[in-house]
Each structure stands twice: as C-alpha cells, then as structure tokens.
Design a binder for this molecule. Structure first.
Ligand code: PFF
Length: 475
C-alpha cells in the first residue's frame, strides 16, 4: 500500500556528507575491479576515450536528472515516477530490478575482496607465482566464497540499519579519502617498474580499429554502472538532499571523483601488468591477480602492508556502493509497502543472499544456466548491457517529455538562486539526444551480441522491459 501522508524525511547531515555518500555509491568495484578488466578486454585507449565521452555527455546529464527527479518528488525510486504519472511506474520498477540484479552478484565480488584482506594477511603474497591459480580455485570453490559473501552482506546490513546520516554518511567520509591515497601509492609503485610505460600507452593511446558495437555498448554500460545510474540509487539519494544544495555542483563533484578513481585504478593496474607480463584481457580476476604480484615484488613489510591496505580500501569502496543499492530496496519497501526499516532490511537482504548464492555457485559451474550462461554472468550481462542504459533512456524521456520543464529548471537552479548556464543544453540532451543515442547503441549492441552468443539473453532483457512497461500500465 502506498503511504500518502507526508512524513519527515531523513536528510543528509551536511553537503559534504551527501557528496561523499553519492561518490561513495559511485566509486566502488566498478572503478577498481570492473573498469580495468573491461578496458583490458575492450582494447584499451579507444574504450577509455569513449567511456569518458559517455561519462561527460550522458552520465552527467542523467545523474543531474536523477537528482532532480528525486528531490522534486521527495520520493524514492518507484514512488518518484508513480507519483508523477502511474503509467511511468515501470521506469522505477525497472531501476529497482536493475539494482536488485546488481545486488545479486556485487556482494559476491565484495566477498572476494574481504577474503583477500584475510588471504594477504595470512601469506598470499609470499607465493606470487600462484596468484592466478589461487584466485581461480578460490572463486570456483562452492563454499568458501559464499561464507565471505555472507560476511560482506552482514556488514552492509549493519550500516543500512543505522539509517541515512548515521551510517552511510559517516562511512563515506572516512573511508573514501583513505582509498584515494592507497590508489596513488599503488600507481606510483606500478609506474616505477621497468617496462611500465607500455601499460600507460595501452590505456591512453586510442586504437579505433579495435572499436565495434560491443565495445561502444560496454563503454556505455560501464559509465552507467560506475556512476550508479538507472538503479534508483541517485533518485533515492536526491530525495534525501536538502533544497538549498546545488544539484549541478554536486553532480560535477561526483562525476569528477568517480572518473578520477577509475582512471587512477587504470594507472595503478596497467603499467604494473605490462611490467609483470600479465595479459590485459585477463578478465574479472585481474585486480586479484595483479595486485598481490605487484606488492610481492616490493617485498618486505611495506609490500605486505600496502597490499593489505589496498584490499581493505577495495572492500570499503565496495561497501559504500552496495550499501547504496541495499538502501534503494529498503527505502522502496519503507515508502511504498509501509514496512519498518528493520523488516525492509531483512526482506531485501534475504532476497540478495539467495541470488548471490546462485551467482557464486555458477562460477564453479554449479547451478542453472540460460543459453549456456551461468547466473553470475546473466545478472552482469542483463544489467551492464541492457537494463541500465535502457532504463537511463526512459529516465531521460520521462524528464524531457513528461515532466514540466519549469519544474525542472526550478529544481536544478533552486528557484533561480543557483545559476546553471547550460540548462538549455542539458535539456536538449536529455529530451532529444541521449534517448536517441542510447537506443542506437543498445540496438547495435544487442545485434552484435548475437554473434558472441549473448544476444538471446540481451533480447530477453529488452522483452522484460517491454513487458514491465505494458503490465505496469494496466496496474
Ligand atoms: N557504482 C558502483 C561501482 O562502480 O562499483 C556500483 C553500483 C552501485 C551500481 C550502486 C549501481 C548502484 F545503484
């Protein structure tokens, strides 16, 4: 049942707290785990350039739109759309589903990350040559990663139970700067190794002959994933933001921090990989294989200490992101279904545990598959390649064609108090350009997906979105 009475909404304690929490949501495994291996698999420089282009032109606009929708409606993901026009409820629902699917695998990787804190502490970097095998046998083990994933989810639950300004904000404020410093140290170390220059070249010299529709769609998906867009997260966070804060400035800061950390992670990884002779296309194990090897090279207590700090930082970055995803589900259940915070946390985390168990088992070849694809890859593929970008497209269409332009202008400029010179440009992008661009990239990507055997799942994702749109209209 929808709650109709206005109730005081928890809000961010300070502006810095909000920026840190939103950046905390954005900066996570997407930057440090996913960005390097996706760049590696997608050919390097050209991918990075396209990714940055999408971040600036699409990511910025969509994030600003999400903040504006959230703050204008004072509602979380689903309610924000539903309260404006019930026919648009599906956009909120799809973002909720996207968030849930991400939470179906994200804690698995978060669990790997805390496991690596323990593994490093207990001597992993003493045998660097076996880092690759250690990782492969670890993630395909049916029990061990599930135990770590459960611990990781428990940490999330603890933070979310404490509520907005208490838990999330405090965690973000302390832990984000720590991570940044660790990454800088790792980069300096990587760059000092002989042969590291080729890694920088790979990352920053675009070779457009390596670009196809797959690469473009991967860059778009990476931009959405990394910026926590189209999952209801930024809409929900925006709804907690005080009316006097500047949405444009906040968006700019979050985008800058997120891209900064992704690039820094690339600089931390690629030079070291080239120096150590690790394949750029090594896949999801990249960070777990390269970092222990890199620090083993340094040797001694410093190498050990830095490796430990790195995985602590990675775990923290992952936590501030997954907490935001859990918060989306929790605030949906509180706002729309009238559950208490405690009950909402229990229901959402139990759902996530079940999904994550299947996802984790699938990496060891156990459990159901669809078109020869395991659960982990299905969740990743559906969100990264379809749901996020298509949902982002609908968010823009909603803002551009369904919302009132003057309401948006007032929300973004705080009723004229905060000037935004590029309002008309932003509006044109959101209303016309971005929906068309995303539709094109998604269409080409699904088409190309059929050649790589993943088109069926992507097409199913598109069908699901269509069905949700159709069914929710009838509700
Ligand atoms: N942006 C996060 C990362 O880069 O790790 C992942 C994420 C968090 C995606 C929250 C979506 C979201 F709503």
């Amino acid at each position: 049942m929808a709650t109709t009475q206005p109730k005081p909404r928890d809000s961010w304690g300070s502006k810095l707290g909000f920026v840190m929490a939103a950046a905390g949501s954005a900066v996570g495994l997407g930057n440090i785990w996913k960005f390097p291996y996706t760049a590696g698999e997608s050919g390097g420089g050209a991918f990075v350039l396209i990714y940055l282009f999408f971040v600036v032109f699409i990511g910025f606009s969509v994030m600003l739109t999400e903040f504006a929708i959230g703050r204008h409606t004072q509602k979380s993901a689903v309610g924000a759309f539903k309260s404006t026009d019930r026919r648009w409820t599906f956009v909120g629902l799809i973002s909720l589903v996207s968030g849930l699917l991400i939470m179906g695998f994200y804690p698995v990787v978060g669990g790997w990350s805390i496991a690596y804190v323990y593994k490093i502490a207990t001597g992993l970097i003493d045998a660097p040559a076996t880092a690759g095998d250690t990782f492969t046998s670890f993630i395909s083990n049916p029990i061990e990663p599930i135990i770590w994933m459960t611990m990781y989810l428990l940490l999330n639950i603890l933070i979310v139970i404490k509520g907005i300004s208490g838990g999330i904000e405090k965690a973000g404020k302390i832990l984000m700067p720590t991570l940044f410093i660790i990454l800088i140290i790792v980069s300096v170390k990587g760059l000092s190794l002989p042969g590291s220059g080729a890694g920088l070249g790979f990352l920053f010299t675009p070779d457009f002959s390596k670009v196809d529709s797959n690469v473009v769609l991967a860059a778009l998906g990476q931009a959405f994933f990394s910026l926590s867009l189209a999952t209801g997260c930024m809409v929900t966070y925006g709804s907690y933001l005080k009316k006097k804060e500047s949405l444009v400035q906040t968006t700019g800061m979050v985008i800058a921090m997120d891209s900064g950390v992704a690039l820094l992670a690339g600089i931390a990884m690629f030079p070291a990989m080239f120096a150590l002779g690790v394949e750029p296309a090594a896949g999801p194990g990249l960070v777990f294989v390269v970092i222990p090897q890199l620090f083993a090279q340094m040797g001694g207590t410093i190498g050990f200490g830095l490796a430990l700090l790195f995985f602590i930082g990675l775990s923290v970055a992952a936590l501030t992101s997954s907490v935001s995803l859990l918060e989306v589900a929790v605030s949906y259940l509180i706002d729309e279904k009238g559950l208490t915070r405690m009950k909402a946390v229990v229901v959402s985390s139990l759902t996530m545990v079940v999904m994550c168990v299947f996802a984790s088992l699938s990496l060891g070849g156990i459990g159901p598959t669809l078109f020869d694809t395991g659960v982990f890859d299905i969740f990743d593929l559906l969100t990264d390649k379809i749901f996020l970008s298509v949902c982002g497209m609908f968010i823009c269409i909603f803002a551009g064609w369904r919302m009132n332009k003057e309401d948006l202008r007032n929300e973004i400029t705080n009723y004229g108090k905060v000037p935004f010179r590029f309002f008309e440009l932003w509006y044109t992008l959101v209303k016309y350009v971005i929906p068309f661009a995303i539709a094109l990239v998604a269409f080409m990507g699904v088409k190309a997906g059929f050649d790589s055997g993943k088109g069926e799942i992507m097409a199913l994702g598109v069908a699901f979105i269509g069905l949700t749109a159709f069914v929710s209209k009838k509700l």
